[in-house]
Design a protein around this ligand. Sequence first.
Ligand code: HSE
Length: 447
Amino acid sequence: MDPIRYPSPVSCESIGIGLVGFGTVGSGVWNTLQSNAALITDRTSGKVSLSVRRIAVRDISKPRDADAPTELFTTDWNEVVSDPSVDIVVELIGGTTTAFDIVSAALRAKKPVVTGNKALLAERGSELFALSAEMDTPIHFEAAVAGGIPIIKAVQESLVGNRIESITGIINGTSNYILERMTEAGLSYQDALQEAQDLGYAESDPTLDVNGWDAAHKAILLATLSYGFPVDPQQVYVRGIEMVRGIDITFAKQLGYVVKLLCLVRAHEDGSIEIRTQPSFIPANHILASVNGVFNAVAIRGDRLGDAMFYGRGAGQDPTASSAVADLVEAARLQSQGSGHRGFLPYKQDGQLRSIEDTKTAYYVRFPVTDRPGVVAEIATVLAKAGIGISGTHSPVNPSEPDADFVDLVFLLHTCPFGQLKDALKSIESLDCVTDRPVVFRIETLT
Ligand code: HSE
């Protein structure tokens, strides 16, 4: 038999890339393109050759992880967007103001955009997607959700024939790293956060990582892709890990759970969509419980597919650059083929979010209280009046301070709507014995 002959790769013109932002991810994109450019051209049958033509940074003299030639640098992002040799603009500066201007300017110039900016798309996606449609110029954002995991493509393309029933994710690497280090190494919250920052996992302002909003922005994007309507972030319930203490982690362990910052998106039979992000107890034997360190996991249930799980590095230089480079290749391919828009566009004006008050789980609630007789009974009385069942209570005593005036009192509560719990907590907070706001964790069964 004659050997099979493959056609020789078609030679192509190189596509010009403009990078705005050259921090952790920007440097990663540069390094990936330096080391794998020839591979990319081969793997696209010779159709894609990428070359970085301009780079905008705030401070040119800052030391970096990549040695791009100095003549490529400018401090003015306009020079990148308007440079005629730049065909695709990569926005990697984060934030929602200048980044918005950069993305808008690129779209207006009909230059496709690649971005890893989940805050920008979750907060101002409606305006940008509308502009993207008007200019028939796509925004690609694989790097915005779950770092190196190709989850955007999976939801948007691979699962296009499924009704998405639920998405359950651990999608903030920094929080997951901090929780794991607190759990396994007994590190303080601050020390664990510092480690995550040193490793390049955290956002430049880590507030969004630890207050739950980085994860929530990603969940909002996944929900928008799955259900087709823009989600108003103001309507989404978000809590972060700042209030997690060693005692919660230890207690979870004793009960057979682990603490994770969990994002949950779920379609209900009445058509409403539940979206929430908060620290949760999940069963220690659930597959998501073994997602540790900077790793992310997204479990998706589709009506045809059933269950699938996507797992990988959710933050960091190379994994995130891997996603941004995949988007660059996609954008370059479309451009070289002269194809029109194939980014994401919301296809519905609106949809209904389920009110957080109506969402139901069991709960772990920690009350900081004055340590005096009758405290347990006072709180239990309010809960009983509210019709909320108690499955256990615990008052851990600090052995080195057995006579401390203040203690944490833990209640485990039966499943009830969150609204019912919220009302009861309001009354409990006004009791004299309660010294600070209660800390609530959901107890998820994850069936
Ligand atoms: N700071 C993010 C995280 C990475 O820790 O997951 C980018 O989204």
